[in-house]
Design a protein around this ligand. Sequence first.
Ligand code: HAM
Length: 407
Amino acid sequence: MGKQNIQSLRGMNDILGKESELFTYFVENASRIAKNYGFTYMETPILEETALFKRSVGESSDIVNKEMYQFIDKGENDVCLRPEGTAGVVRSFVENKFDRAGGTYKWYYYGPMFRYERPQKGRLREFHQFGCEVFGIDSVYEDANIIMMLKEILDFFGIDFTLQLNSLGCPICMPPYKENLVKVLTNIKTELCEDCNRRIETNPIRVLDCKNEKCQSLLINAPKITDNLCEKCDSDFEKLKEILDFNNINYVIDSNLVRGLDYYSQTAFEFTSNEIGAQSAIAGGGRYDRLVEFLGGRATPGIGFAIGIERLLELIKQKDIKEDTIYLGAMNEEALNTITKVALKKRKTTKTIIEYAPRSFGKHFKIAQKHGANIVALIGETELNNGTIYIKNIDTQEEQNLKLEDF
Ligand code: HAM
């Protein structure tokens, strides 16, 4: 019987080589920035009860409706692989009674998410997110802080982006707006696409971000949520814009930005890039002041975001970020001891590779190149006698002999 090689599932990738180096580089630096903003790491299970996502992300959303990896487990439980991270964090928040304890909480997480979508460039079935969630702060300054932190992460990696901003109102202003919108949509129903027709019934504001060009042209005169906010939502939105302006953060107001998840109220935002093709959203988030209550907890305001790590890495790859790699080699047996000692010191700060066999000068350079090292440091007889080390910086081609203690 012929054996066929088993391959990974469609839309699910191994993270290896250059990709894995960038992945850890991203997670380490994003974590550092999140910690500086007062966040601590937390983790929730990848598998959760299906009801969790139905109640939070929403039964009418595409994510829950069409894209869940859902199954009945051996104990007859209806479970699914998480399509996103917020619902699990909120479940944990309530389960651990932080809602009852009161106070503020800031957590970050990263890990795999699963959506049964049609794979294409930038769209996977297993992808990774880096997310942050804040509980217990209803000040709009926190909305601004979250946006500024996300900007800082993207700036660190040298990424150009556009920030799209909207307010989705609250239980006071959203329902009458929706009602009005449904009236308008019903009048043009026959001209809208099939998906939009379904959405008029299930989730009318999703019609606003339909990708169909004909639908978009029909919606030009549809009412805008930003023109129909209640006093509190309107003044919060104005204040948010003011804080962003004050901090020189550019944004575009997009009143059609409704996000694909149902739990948002007030602030909603997306960071997009025009350098990665059609799947242009690198990160998205917003306020979800009612979600804790939806999931059975005591009403607690919440806000957060998630970055799509694969999409971000695609952009970092284009920037070709370089970190120093030192290659240490001995040109004779006696120098081996010294290079291990030097490695011990250099490894406290820098990636350092040692070649254990004594080699000629030229051979060392060949091996160093294979490792992608940009600093080659060698010790031979002369260096041993003088207490020095030979260094060549491959990027600048600069060569020097340094005192061992100065390297
Ligand atoms: P989301 O907009 O659904 O939000 O996902 C966040 C990011 O994940 C997207 O901007 C995108 O970069 C990435 N992403 C989504 N789907 C895929 C896919 N199929 N393949 C590759 N990347 C993808 C959320 O998930 C919310 N939980 C964000 C949030 C946190 N809101 C408040 N707190």
